[in-house]
Design a protein. Structure first.
Length: 279
């Protein structure tokens, strides 16, 4: 996800506190709502009971299907995030987001013409994300790829995923690499929290290392067959091992302890980093 502004971080923190989710979980759901163009979200996070789906208008499905309290919390959070991203210029594709407003719907502080208040009154709309610098191109990926299905940034790395043409562009250390995503249906990305940490993605085959994909080009220079990674066949990658699943379950338990105030933020972040480092 793109870098949040201080105001954007404050809003996400408020939502996380109000709905009793972690900051990371709300950021994950925000990216899912953006990917769904504000009207839907396909998410996968331990705090949300695993994978699920939300659609504007009331439809909600979660892995823990009988947990109505969790459903209501995720649905309310998605609705507020949907209203929030609708107020951001150029964040959604034009013409595909329809705002629905009914008297019985919950009102919130982040919908429509969201404004920041000061002693002299409203000071204009709040921007969620830091805009790209003048030296950065808005479309940094190779020419001809047009509109990505999803984009994001983590640390000094950013990606653009083009689902319809099975392509993934990643910019790291000033170089743009274009990958063939084969038959993967990518639903999320994660980066190891270490220097030079590799990027992984989640598909129908589980957690997959980006380096296992065939390379199409680097900085618009086509790669020949000899330059491609060894693992370039369409054979599905193995799902995440039981060891990895145990780590994610442990992180979920730690998140619950932090939300209950048993662990401090420092203790939680330190233990989470340690567990992620074992992947």
């Amino acid at each position: 996800m793109n870098q949040l502004t201080p105001e954007g971080s404050s809003i996400i923190n408020q939502l996380a506190h109000r709905y009793h989710f972690s900051f990371d979980a709300v950021c994950s759901l925000l990216q899912s709502v953006i990917n769904g163009n504000g009207s839907m979200a396909q998410f996968n996070h331990p705090e949300f009971g695993g994978s699920g789906q939300w659609m504007r208008g009331g439809m909600i499905m979660v892995g823990d299907m009988f947990n109505n309290q969790l459903k209501n919390s995720i649905s309310g959070l998605c609705q507020e995030l949907s209203d929030l991203v609708a107020s951001q210029p150029n964040l959604l594709q034009k013409g595909s987001f329809q705002s629905q407003s009914q008297g019985s719907q919950q009102q919130n502080n982040y919908s429509g013409g969201q404004q920041q208040q000061n002693s002299n009154g409203p000071s204009g709309p709040v921007s969620l994300f830091v805009p790209p610098s003048n030296t950065q191109s808005a479309n940094w990926w190779p020419a001809g790829l047009q509109f990505p299905s999803s984009t994001g940034a983590q640390n000094n790395l950013r990606y653009a995923y083009f689902a319809t043409i099975h392509r993934l562009a990643i910019e790291a250390n000033g170089h743009v690499t274009l990958y063939d995503t084969l038959d993967h249906q990518i639903s999320g990305f994660s980066q190891q929290q270490s220097v030079g940490g590799s990027l992984s993605f989640t598909s129908q085959y589980g957690l997959v290392d980006v380096n296992s994909l065939p390379v199409i080009s680097v900085d618009n220079v086509p790669m020949d067959a000899k330059s491609k990674p060894v693992q370039q066949s369409a054979v599905p990658n193995k799902p995440a091992s039981s060891h990895e699943e145990d780590i994610f379950v442990t992180i979920e338990k730690l998140t619950d302890l932090k939300n209950k105030g048993i662990l401090t933020d420092e203790e939680y972040n330190a233990k989470k980093a340690e567990l992620l480092g074992r992947l």
